[in-house]
Design a protein around this ligand. Structure first.
Ligand code: UD1
Length: 421
């Protein structure tokens, strides 16, 4: 198993360009199942999660080809409408194939994702709303068995603005009869990106980025047409990670390749703590700040503070002046980075879904273990600040969602190396 050796304290300088967003790319890849002609995507990030969904699509019959920075996918023939447990269990986003398969072929068998490290994560909102669109759904031996004649457009109100459910329902609605309205839809920028991709293919929809999305369904034999390759948005979570790296090491860093509005809740929180930025059209410059001060935050659906930046933010809070409090409102078990951060000298107390963080001036290197994707990023951030060499193990979690993390940090001047094993 590969590991990272990070020697701190680091000083960073220069520019880092984020990759296209994992969480925008995965639903767009799943959406390829809707189309019987080839689609082309530009700059798809080389991540393990992307590899997993491509493997899943290939197992169904989708062919893919990469030429330079263009990935082409052809779902003209999809003989196998099954998403197998072996692949779904490794990545929950695999459940996103359910909506498109059901819409286009009237049938799908998709393994239930099961629990994951950060919580139970059920898919009830996906399923009850597909039922409202006329799908027949049964659970058998760990699989969702879904079938329908043709889905019917419906007025749906989500009990929670689930990102995945909104995406699944948007894709399902493409071939539904009539209009589908999704109320209390998720408003994340990745939803907006999926909508823009679908629109670029010729799907009629509106309202993305608001809590009411309308999708006009078409007949299954509708001929879609893509005019030019689609490039997913830049990764706001990766951007937040490098912004926090700059702040933790009191460095000037330019983070390029993402739209600052997609990260406003994070930027505003950091400003409240005393950070200074220059917002650019497609990035930000982070200026070295003296001591930042603690802050109270709670995670929330967009436009609130993203749960995917909670762990990285905690690493920063650990070295701020005074106390901070984080209340995690999205996932019930997303504090697994806490015991590892404590091993590096962080002072954190957990109480239910809240963490109390007492700032400390210095951290010390330690052997630590990654537990999930963003928790791993928090450990790398803490290691950049800590005195000595930290040995960060189980980085396969990081490889799920950060493209070339160590190369990008090395270019900024960090002492970080991957040891293959
Ligand atoms: C997506 C992101 C993930 C991010 C999360 C919240 C992708 C691939 N993943 O995950 O990185 O952390 O949004 O921003 O885009 N829930 C239910 N029933 C459902 C669906 C969700 O109870 O049917 C609950 C979940 O257990 C969780 C909360 O709703 O507690 C949020 O889940 P959701 O928004 O669906 O997140 P994902 O789409 O899984």
């Amino acid at each position: 198993m590969d590991k990272l050796l990070v020697t701190g304290p680091s000083h960073l300088k220069g520019q880092v360009v984020v990759s296209c967003a994992k969480n925008a790319t995965l639903p767009i890849l799943a959406a390829s199942l809707l189309f019987d002609q080839e689609i082309h995507l530009k700059d798809v990030p080389k991540l393990n999660d992307v590899h997993t969904i491509l493997k899943l699509l290939q197992s169904m019959g989708v062919t893919s080809q990469e030429k330079g920075d263009i990935l082409s996918l052809n779902a003209s023939s999809v003989p196998n409408l099954v998403a197998d447990y072996a692949l779904v269990k490794t990545m929950r986003a695999s459940v996103l194939v359910l909506g498109p398969l059901l819409a286009r072929f009237g049938k799908a068998k998709v393994s239930l994702p099961g629990g994951c490290a950060i919580g139970a994560r059920p898919v009830d909102i996906h399923l009850t709303n597909l039922e409202k669109m006329g799908a027949k759904i049964e659970i058998d031996k760990g699989y969702i068995l879904a079938s329908c004649e043709r889905l019917k457009g419906a007025s749906l109100t989500l009990s929670f603005p689930s990102v995945g459910a909104t995406e699944n329902l948007m894709m399902a609605a493409v071939f539904a009869e009539g209009l589908t309205v999704i109320e209390n839809a998720a408003r994340e920028p990745e939803i907006t990106d999926l909508a823009q991709f679908l629109r670029s293919m010729g799907v009629e929809l509106k309202g993305e980025g608001t809590s009411r999305i309308e999708i006009q369904g078409v007949e299954r034999n509708f001929r879609f047409h893509q005019k030019s390759p689609y490039r997913p948005i830049g990764d706001r979570i990766e951007a937040a990670t490098y912004i926090i790296a700059g702040l933790m090491t009191q460095s000037e860093v330019e983070v390029q390749g993402f739209a600052p509005w997609t990260l406003e809740a994070v930027l505003e929180t950091l400003e409240k703590m005393g950070a200074r930025f220059k917002r650019l059209e497609n990035g930000v410059i982070v200026f070295p700040a003296a001591k930042l001060k603690g802050v109270v935050i709670e995670t929330a659906p967009f436009p609130g503070f993203p749960t995917d930046v909670q762990a990285q933010m905690m690493a920063l809070m650990c070295i701020c002046d005074g106390q901070s409090i984080i209340t995690e409102q999205i996932f019930e078990n997303r504090f697994m980075h806490v015991p590892e951060l404590i091993r590096m000298g962080c002072k954190i107390t957990l109480k239910g879904n809240a963490a109390l963080i007492e700032g400390t001036p210095s951290l010390s290197a330690a052997p630590v273990m990654c537990t999930d994707l963003r928790a791993s990023a928090a450990l790398v951030l803490a290691a950049l600040k800590a005195e000595g060499t930290s040995d960060i193990q189980r980085i396969y979690h990081l490889d799920r969602g950060y493209e070339n993390l160590e190369l990008k940090l090395q270019k900024l001047g960090a002492k970080i190396e991957r040891v293959r094993g």
